[in-house]
Ligand binder design. Structure first.
Ligand SMILES: Nc1ncnc2c1ncn2[C@@H]1O[C@H](COP(=O)(O)OP(=O)(O)OP(=O)(O)O)[C@@H](O)[C@H]1O
Length: 656
């Protein structure tokens, strides 16, 4: 209350003055009434504050600050709504957990009651051996059964926590994998990693540990207060007065905590990304002697994360003392007024002991509610970050009634135009060509002309642009994107090699391929000789990003992966750039011989890789500027193809 009073705007001063005055008058009345033992006044004055707030809440004239307060409260609880699917899925487990929690809480409340009973038996000299024996046996049963039940609910909560984390992570990956290139351009890898680990963990704690704390603390609070009201309801109502300040304290802390948490998560995301880039690029960093600069960058990132973390944790650590102070006030009031009650003959010493132990036990639920607010706060911040990813949608949609696509027989681009998201200029324009089954299309042109962009359109990595792409005479959007990709083998420009064995890397192209099929693909990629030189042959672990392999080996491994798939369309994006002329010739002649029924699209800078093609298109500024076979293009004097081919041939002759 005092904190809220300190920070109010001038406009609200009269309102808060009035409210504080009411509360002080209420408290004064309580004390006087208690001294004269006027229970009606105690009941009335102890309840006037909550009733006052309830009236304010339901009143239309509610002040905007309180509206924000309520909104924030509900915002924190929104997580339970969003993760309601999990709670519903696990409802019977939760019912069992809460039932056992209830039983173990009830059992733990019996112990102080028995203690008080025994003290009264002793002070009244009525304690017999039989009573002592029954009480001892009763205590053992209570402790053992209580423990047994607490093991059950503990186990259920921990198990649910792990299961939820697993499900959230799987959902996260399933979602991002369905998104298109626009999403991956927007989010950095390190940021996504931080969301997939830290934020999911925070939500996990909110829904599970938070839920447990909420259930345990409120149940305990209700049971304890029930027992305390039965023992002395007047005293109980008085000691509850300090609790009214709790919502104000939580509100004040929460506003700051939300801001600091976001800052902390952003700093962590940036740091993750910097670390990732430094590790992946360590060889380049070393080659350019940039270790010191890189270290300085990482240290700066780590320092920012450290300060953001500290700021948040310092604030969060205030929850503990605040609740401890509130509890200390409660305990002092209970202790003083309890002794007065004993002197007045309203309580026996045994009942006072039982009562004070119950008051002492209030510390846990009060602390837990504070910790719960903290956990929920983090979860709510993380929820916002994860929600941003979950709300990302792909621009590539599954058609309502997709056409069946048993095989790809032909592909054509018709006056096609495409612009990358937020690029503000066309990368492809008025692009037209076609290719049929068994044919080879060579795509060449200056660097940055749009060759890879053409391939990305076929793989449906972005929303289809204007004009049209047709497959078997139908618009590409009439087919399921999954079906289209299923018929394509793709070797990208940058070779993706996973940290698995060579064999497993190739199997990725066709998981159910036989060993003979894998060996054949290796043969076609001219990779057989290299396998013999690897330490464990096909079982050699390639290391992270294929660090154990040379550039040419990585390229041929990627080719073998595409060959084993044996799809209707084979796309090679500058995939022969790292092999020598002889190996290139071998691979090309294998493609021509063994994949003669396949549609082959070959992007290349070295024109010898497309010389054999049925059709070659020269791309410049996203459009076709020359088209024809090798011979036809060579007949265009001063044409791009003619010039390039002549230059490349001269260089090859010079090198020989
Ligand atoms: N994701 C993207 N967002 C925006 N612009 C992009 C994106 N990817 C590529 N571009 C731009 O599109 C243009 C064509 O790029 P593309 O990779 O298709 O060229 P390319 O002909 O394959 O080049 P290279 O021969 O060097 O591989 C370039 O100007 C490039 O900067």
């Amino acid at each position: 209350m005092i904190m809220a009073f300190k920070h109010i705007d001038a406009f609200f001063v009269p309102y808060y003055c009035f409210r504080s005055l009411c509360e002080y008058i209420c408290f004064g009345y309580s004390c006087v009434a208690f001294a004269h033992n006027y229970s009606f006044f105690i009941l009335f004055t102890s309840n006037i504050c909550p009733v006052y707030y309830l009236i304010r809440i339901y009143n239309k004239s509610i002040l905007s600050r309180e509206k924000v307060f309520l909104k924030r409260g509900f915002h924190m609880f929104r997580i339970f709504g969003q993760l309601g699917w999990f709670i519903r899925e696990m409802k019977w487990r939760y019912v069992l957990a809460f039932s056992t929690l209830f039983v173990s809480d009830v059992f733990s409340l019996l112990v102080p009651w028995i203690t008080g009973f025994m003290i009264d038996q002793m002070t009244m000299h009525t304690l017999t051996f039989d009573i002592l024996l029954y009480v001892a046996i009763g205590m053992i049963i209570i402790i053992v059964v209580g423990y047994f039940f607490s093991v059950i609910w503990n186990f259920i909560f921990i198990h649910n926590a792990n299961l939820l984390e697993f499900k959230l992570r799987r959902r996260f990956f399933n979602h991002i994998i369905s998104l298109d290139g626009k999403f991956f351009k927007k989010y950095l890898t390190g940021d996504l990693m931080s969301r997939a680990t830290e934020d999911i963990q925070a939500m996990n704690e909110a829904i599970d540990f938070g839920l447990f704390m909420l259930a345990e603390a409120s149940l305990y609070l209700v049971l304890l207060l029930g027992c305390m009201l039965v023992i002395n309801w007047q005293l109980t109502l008085i000691i509850l007065i300090p609790v009214v300040i709790v919502p104000f304290v939580v509100y004040r802390l929460e506003v700051l905590a939300e801001k600091y948490y976001e800052e902390r998560q952003q700093a962590t995301s940036r740091l993750s990304n910097s670390v990732l880039e430094s590790i992946v690029g360590i060889r380049v960093v070393r080659a350019y002697a940039q270790e010191q600069a890189d270290m300085a960058k990482l240290n700066a990132g780590a320092e920012t994360a450290y300060h953001a973390n500290n700021k948040f944790n310092k604030l969060i650590s205030l929850y503990g003392p605040v609740f401890t102070i509130i509890f200390a006030i409660i305990l002092t009031i209970a202790f003083t007024l309890g002794i007065i009650n004993v002197f007045q003959g309203n309580m026996t010493p045994g009942i006072l002991v039982t009562y004070l132990v119950y008051v002492r036990m209030l510390e846990w639920p009060l602390f837990a509610l504070g910790a719960f607010a903290n956990i929920l706060q983090r979860g709510s911040g993380s929820y916002t970050r994860l929600d941003a990813v979950y709300n990302e949608t792909s621009d590539i949609h599954e058609p309502v009634a997709p056409l069946a696509l048993p095989a790809i027989e032909s592909i054509s681009f018709k006056h096609y135009a495409f612009e990358y998201p937020r690029a503000h200029q066309l990368t492809l324009q008025d692009l037209s060509f076609e290719i049929g089954r068994g044919q080879t299309l060579g795509i060449v042109g200056t660097t940055g002309a749009g060759k890879t962009t053409i391939l990305r359109q076929l793989l449906l990595q972005y929303k289809v642009g204007n004009g049209g792409i047709q497959i078997n005479g139908h618009d590409i959007t009439e087919f399921s994107p999954y079906d289209v990709r299923r018929h394509i083998s793709y070797v990208p420009q940058e070779h993706i090699v996973f940290s698995k064995t060579v064999y497993q890397n190739i199997l990725l192209g066709k998981p159910n391929a036989t060993e003979a099929e894998v060996m054949q693909a290796i043969e076609h990629a001219d990779f057989t000789k290299d396998i013999g030189t690897l330490s464990h042959g096909l079982e050699t672990i390639t290391g992270e990003s294929g660090v154990m392999l040379s550039g040419g080996q990585k390229q041929r491994l990627s080719l073998a992966r595409a060959f084993v798939r044996d799809a209707d369309v084979l796309i090679l994006d500058d995939s022969l750039s790292a092999v020598d002329g002889k190996t290139e010739k071998n691979i090309i002649s294998n493609i021509m011989e063994y994949y003669n029924d396949t549609i082959k699209i070959i992007v290349a800078h070295r024109l010898s890789a497309v010389q054999h093609a049925d059709k070659i298109v020269v791309i410049s500024d996203g459009t076709v500027v020359e088209t024809g076979t090798h011979d036809e293009l060579m007949r265009i004097p001063n044409g791009w193809y003619h010039t390039q081919f002549t230059e490349q041939n001269t260089m090859d002759v010079d090198q020989d």
